[in-house]
Design a protein around this ligand. Structure first.
Ligand code: AHG
Length: 341
């Protein structure tokens, strides 16, 4: 029988090999433990009284689900006292949350979307947690929003947890991507894949087609060519999937390849917004994971991880997954802008 490797063992070995510090190892362990609690809460569904709206809106004006609020509280509470963080920031809170004075402070900043895909909670479809880890700038004792506004290239770790038929943790420290499956009987995340690679080519794309009429011309061109199939310029048929939980869509891409798009559209720009998905705790961590797996991640115009953030809740268009498709879609946008010949 092959010996299974738990997340704890994996972290200890990464620390021994000097790929991560002891503080980062503790941080990941704490986040994983919090996500086990979120997994239990989501798994109870109607029996736990956790479905439905919380009756409040978050900072982005979106109706919060009870599980959004519960998941946010679980992550905040778990991360308050370990001495591994300087502050946390969340989709559900306008400003960063400092570590209470009663507890020691660490050298990292944690950002998270506590429950991504919340429109899927009440219909029993996969949801997830996404997180990104940055270093707190040297000399900062009270981290503020400005300390969080670092480009994605500065991330020291990123991951997501999918609460689906299985609960899975996918993790990177910038040395490849590993997947852990929660063994519910023993309560441990067990390594189930390492060195995950996204194939450069794919025949599968993910996009919300209901927005098609609002897209920019280069997006219309790109998806139009995919839909034309064997009779079109691409000379092959493409399949489409859309879960509407980014975590689940990205996990499919991590598993068998594919591309995910949430492009800019007239509905979004009409509201004065710059995208649908949030840069700091959705696009950046997913871009880090996808790039570490050999894929690409752009806004259609620039590499996501090179964006200099201007706000904690900044939104960006997201194109990510199999490298060659992301490159074609990005090239069409740059050509349309006249920034590429
Ligand atoms: P939220 O974090 O508010 O649940 O947003 C979900 C995101 C993302 O997970 C998903 O890909 C996308 O929104 C779905 O958007 P549409 O509902 O427009 O398809």
């Amino acid at each position: 029988m092959t010996k299974s490797i738990s997340l704890i063992q994996f972290l200890i070995e990464a620390k021994r090999a000097e790929r991560i510090t002891g503080e980062l190892s503790l941080l990941i362990e704490v986040v994983a433990r919090a996500c086990k609690r979120i997994s239990v809460a989501t798994g109870k569904g109607a029996l736990g009284g956790v479905l439905g709206n919380a009756g409040s809106d978050n900072v982005q004006g979106e109706a919060q689900k009870k599980l959004d609020v519960i998941s946010n509280e679980i992550l905040l509470e778990a991360n308050a006292w370990g001495g591994h963080l300087a502050a946390c920031a969340s989709e559900e809170m306008e400003d960063p949350q400092p570590i209470p004075d009663a507890y020691p402070k660490g050298h990292h900043l944690l950002l998270f979307d506590p429950l991504d895909g919340s429109s899927n909670i009440d219909v029993n479809v996969s949801v997830g947690t996404i997180f990104s880890v940055l270093r707190c700038p040297d000399g900062v004792t009270e981290a503020t929003t400005a300390d969080f506004l670092q480009p994605g290239t500065e991330q020291v770790a990123a991951g997501y947890v999918v609460y689906g038929p299985s609960t899975l943790l996918v993790l990177t420290f910038g040395h490849g991507v590993s997947e852990f499956t929660l063994d519910r009987e023993i309560g441990s995340f067990i390594l189930t894949k390492r060195d995950i690679t996204i194939p450069a080519d794919t025949g599968e794309f993910a996009i919300n087609m209901s927005n098609q009429r609002h897209w920019e011309a280069p997006m219309q061109r790109y998806v139009g060519e995919l839909l034309a199939g064997t009779e079109g310029p691409r000379g092959r048929d493409f399949n489409m999937r859309w879960v509407a939980s980014m975590v689940a869509d990205v996990h499919r891409i991590i598993t068998r390849g594919g591309v995910f798009f949430y492009p800019l559209d007239a509905k979004i720009t009409g509201k004065g917004a710059t995208g649908k998905l949030r840069l700091m705790y959705e696009a950046n961590p997913m871009a880090f994971i996808v790039e570490q797996a050999g894929g690409a991640a752009t806004t259609g115009r620039e590499r996501i991880m090179e964006i200099r953030p201007t706000g904690l809740h900044q939104r960006v268009p997201v194109f990510l997954g199999s490298k060659n498709e992301v490159e074609i879609a990005t090239r069409y946008h740059l050509e349309a802008d006249g920034t590429r010949g």
